[in-house]
Ligand binder design. Structure first.
Ligand code: SF4
Length: 529
């Protein structure tokens, strides 16, 4: 479905802001690949591109790949920007650059929807999801593409049903330069974890696309050259379990038809471990990774943050169950909780050893606006506003320096190369072996794919095996994998592991933020071309 009934024609420049260097953007992995320069294409802007009137011209720039040029701005009649809190400064910067060309600039997406006051310079604020606000914005720009005299705030009250969403304009993005493809089936989550803004922003009753839409999107992603992995960016893939079960047979059928060309990944709550009927079908659909917000191994803390659903199965057992279906668990962890004690870091490190999870995003607690946590801390006078010297806006119960010190210690120890590769060894020997044995498709056997693998191996051997300072640990791991003929496990583990090691070193020495939302934004270490 597209916006209709618009006669005027416009040229719209869609700009996605650069990410601040973060644990989850994997920029230290890119130099080991065959040309990856950014993490994932943005769903929101590509969806808007597909929704705009068919006769409007659209240009998309991801500033993680290249900076918007003078020529781009001169071409455009209006600029659209979207992003998350972590990209706040970059979004405001794009707005100022566009204003240098006297262009009207609109901002939409999760950050402005939660915090409109972060964006005082923009001409149009699009608050909420695709809907009547979007139609209003399009109609206003069609009538008059000059800058309005004052900021216009447009709020979506009537959302477009997700089953009517068009296929995002993936063709506008240089898909081969992304580490992962992205796709969205549902929006919203039925739970209400205290720190999370998803239920407040997107609702507790997940809204859905149809399986047919997802299949059409997968076909298009493939046409646009996506190989490797595609990530379901849904807030919780099993937020509506029946919907997940409805979709999975379609995914299985698609994978069989196309020769299992894509590996799938998603985010889901840990209680998925109680659903063997879902896990079995996910295995058949070639899901290989699930991001679970474990947050903390401390049951008391889980209770206090209203994440009791993580305890429906003992956590370690849950992780092992997911691994037994061939899926690696990636985990979110939060430090600085009110329940943290001096022994919390040691308990966390012990959990990491036992769970054998290689990749854990360990962040300091941050209060996001429009969350129950924000409201509670505001009542308790424990919010710190606009202090650039801090990595969190929360006044912890333990001393700030002690919490940050614990976080640094956890990063240093958890991502010690020896420990990390020990955990990868377990994943290769146990989890990956439980994956579906898929036939080698013509695409996988193609010269292009073999060449890609060889380039990555060359980069890994040279940059990690020769130039890297953890060579000894690397070669021990690499030779073992090579002896077992596990090239795939080798590439996958080192590609991700290298980023984790480099990032954790920067973090433990104070060169990286302890929170993905910190005000102290730093530029990504790998410059855009
Ligand atoms: S389960 Fe995840 S998405 Fe849902 S409310 Fe909790 S943290 Fe947010």
């Amino acid at each position: 479905m597209r916006a209709e009934g618009i006669e005027a024609s416009r040229r719209i420049l869609l700009v996605f802001p650069r990410y601040t260097s973060a644990f989850g953007t994997f920029e230290n992995s890119y130099p080991l690949t065959d040309g990856v320069k950014a993490f994932m294409p943005p769903q929101g802007l590509l969806l808007i591109a597909a929704y705009l009137p068919a006769h409007w011209q659209v240009r998309f720039v991801d500033e993680n790949l290249r900076r918007t040029t003078r020529e781009d701005f001169e071409w455009a009649e209006a600029v659209f920007v979207s992003g998350m809190h972590i990209q706040r400064q970059q979004m405001n910067d794009i707005c100022h650059r566009a204003h240098d060309f006297d262009l009207p600039v609109a901002i939409g997406g999760p950050s402005v929807s939660a915090c409109p006051d972060y964006y005082p310079a923009f001409d149009y604020l699009h608050v909420g999801e695709l809907g009547d606000a979007t139609n209003d914005l399009i109609a206003r720009l069609a009538r008059d593409a000059s800058r309005p005299p004052e900021q216009v705030v447009l709020k979506t009250r009537d959302r477009v049903d997700m089953s009517e969403f068009p296929v995002p304009s993936y063709e506008l993005a240089e898909m081969k330069k992304y580490m992962l493809g992205s796709i969205q089936y549902s929006s919203g989550c039925p739970y209400q974890c205290e720190f999370c803004d998803i239920p407040g922003l997107y609702g507790r009753n997940p809204r859905l696309k149809t399986p047919e839409q997802i299949i059409a999107e997968l076909d298009k992603l493939r046409e646009c050259g996506v190989t490797g992995s595609v990530y379901f960016v849904d807030d919780n893939f099993i937020g509506n379990r029946k919907a997940a079960l409805d979709l999975l047979p379609h995914l299985i059928e698609w994978q069989k038809r196309t020769g299992y060309v894509l590996r799938l990944a998603c985010e889901a709550t840990l209680n998925i471990a109680k659903r063997p009927e879902i896990l079995e079908k996910m295995r058949e659909a070639f899901f290989v990774t699930i991001f679970c917000g474990i947050e903390t191994p401390d049951p008391e803390a889980l209770k206090q943050m209203h994440k009791d659903h993580n305890m429906m199965v003992p956590i370690l057992e849950g992780v092992q169950t997911i691994n037994s279906y061939g899926m690696e668990v990636v985990s979110g962890i939060i430090m600085g909780l009110d329940t943290d004690k001096p022994g919390t870091a040691d308990a966390l490190l012990s959990f990491i050893d036992q769970s054998k999870i290689p990749l854990l995003t360990i962040n300091l607690l941050q209060a996001l606006p429009k969350t129950p946590l924000w409201d509670r801390l505001e009542r308790e006078n424990r919010l710190v506003h606009d202090d650039e010297a801090r990595d969190s806006n929360v006044k912890f119960l333990l001393p700030y320096d002690e919490v940050v010190g614990s976080w640094k210690r956890c990063m240093e120890i958890a991502y010690d190369p020896e420990k990390l590769f020990e955990r990868w060894r377990h994943q290769c020997d146990y989890t990956f072996r439980n994956r579906l044995k898929v036939p080698l498709s013509p695409e996988m056997k193609s010269w292009a794919n073999i060449r890609r693998g060889l380039i990555m191996l060359r980069n890994i051997f040279w940059k990690v095996g020769v130039l890297g300072d953890y060579r000894r640990v690397f070669w021990k791991f690499a030779l073992e994998r090579l002896r077992r003929g596990d090239i795939e496990g080798l590439i996958q583990s080192v590609l991700i592991g290298h980023h984790l090691i480099v990032f954790a070193r920067a973090a433990s020495s104070g060169r990286q933020n302890a929170s993905n939302y910190s005000l102290r934004l730093r530029e990504a270490q790998v410059p855009a071309e």
